[in-house]
Design a protein around this ligand. Sequence first.
Ligand SMILES: C[S@@+](CC[C@H](N)C(=O)[O-])C[C@H]1O[C@@H](n2cnc3c(N)ncnc32)[C@H](O)[C@@H]1O
Length: 266
Amino acid sequence: MSTQYDDIQGPYDYIRTKSIALIEHENVRDTIGPYIKGARVLELACGSAFYTYSFLDWGATSVTGVDISSGMIEEAKRNAPNDGSSKGKVDFILADCSKPKEFEGGPFDVVFGAWLLNYAEDKKGLVNMFRNIEVNLKPGGHLVSVTVPPAEDPTESIKKEYEARPPPEGSGGLWYWVLKDVEGGVYFHVHGTSPMGDVAFDCYHLRESLQREAAMEAGLKVVEWGVTSVPERYLQGRGEGGASLKELESYKDIPNYGLLVVEKEK
Ligand SMILES: C[S@@+](CC[C@H](N)C(=O)[O-])C[C@H]1O[C@@H](n2cnc3c(N)ncnc32)[C@H](O)[C@@H]1O
């Protein structure tokens, strides 16, 4: 199985070393904190493992990573910690996460997905993604997802993002623009440059209310939908990843991502 991500894996990994990616990682650690101890985790759209092995550091007992790109999964395997601490605790499956499918080893305590829900092109597609999450979660289990910020006007949200953080710095080296309106939201382009080549891909920002309805239709309850929160040390000039203070300050008013937490009822 090959996708657009097979070609951009190197440049994408470079972008994931920037401040906003490191802040996202820290925000995920805090958001998933209440659910991760002793958890068996299913990670959808795991990519090259920006998060995968961290779940073990944060207390999970095992992680199953799933992605549609073989290039990303190969890199995820290469990124295993050198000390062998993840041996026997992490496995990977090459599969499409856009349709309901029970993954081996399930049901899981926690499903995690960073930048997957934004590939659903409409409500039906999103319901299918949420159904996939529902069938793989234990009753009382949680989904934690990094996705677009909640917005009833996605066009305005992307416009503000571009105005607050224009190229070439963008948001950690990435900037976005709307390609076209679709029913329920917009289709938009993500672009960036790196020493290894350009990063370019397209995805969707659907209305907040539509996304909440889709979760409910799949039998899931939205618990919270937080946004980018920049740790104080970054704002005091002691953060990593090279962002300017102007970029870091801008996230206070114009978030870069949402942190969605969804529950399957007991
Ligand atoms: C922006 S990357 C995010 C990777 C990783 N989660 C991270 O945070 O760095 C999006 C990932 O979603 C994967 N992806 C896109 N559509 C998918 C699908 N239908 N099923 C499984 N993976 C998918 C891509 O191959 C890619 O690895």
